[in-house]
Design a protein around this ligand. Sequence first.
Ligand code: NAD
Length: 262
Amino acid sequence: MRHRLVEEAAKLIASSSYVVVFTGAGISTESGIPDFRGPSGLWKRIDPAKFSIEYFYEDPDEVWKLFIQFFENYRRARPNPAHYAIAELERIGVVKSVITQNVDGLHQAAGSRRVIELHGSLRYAVCINCGYKVSLEEAIEEARRAARAPRCPRCGMPLKPGVVFFGEALPRKALEEAFEEAGRADLVLVVGSSLTVYPAAYIPQYAKERGAKLLIINMTPTASDYIADLVIRGKAGEVLPAITREVKKLKGIEGDIVRQGC
Ligand code: NAD
């Protein structure tokens, strides 16, 4: 049953000319980073309201304290076979870009080159007043030392981790690029997203409305399964390498998945 679905997915991908991948937290759970809403999701342990921008303005010191614990999972994480399989599909010219809701940088670490980050990144912290950026590692060091929110070296106001908090707008340039890519795609491959966080979740729907095919790989049902051309329920780290190998076979490309990147 699974093999038939893998073959079907590979055929869809190999016969498309502009494949765009859309990923969520589920692609990184096999790298040891918990998702939010999956079976062992983070929201079962942490109150999501603490990662809202309103709460950050109220108590930045408390948010940094929580954030530092939370960040440890990310620091240790390495790409898993799903990230490498996607990077390989880009390397062989099939995938044109990756739109991700993730902030973990694992697509880039696996070798994906064109990555659009919708929810910011863990590479930096940003001043809530003047927008000045410093590396997140530096900000964390200061937060630990001072046991409070780190301060902007330029204006002295609190720095905020470079990720989009609940209640904040998404970075405009990334959002625009993502919609452009979705408009160009003839196939969108969704991996590891519940497709419930808006406006990001609208991107695959937008592509579908413009005639793209929609292929969803997720462990549990998603909010857009009903419009998908094909849904595979399974672990991204198992299903994606199998699909990528099959695509390479269909295209007559020899060799196994290359683990490029850093
Ligand atoms: P989500 O938590 O709403 O959904 C994740 C989905 O992935 C779930 O439906 C779950 O069943 C599925 N899943 C879990 N493990 C899987 C696996 N191994 N293979 C296939 N599917 C798997 O995540 P979302 O849709 O990305 O939205 C949540 C928000 O959380 C996003 O805005 C994102 O920015 C943020 N987030 C990011 C990270 C990260 O950077 N790694 C981690 C947690 C949350």
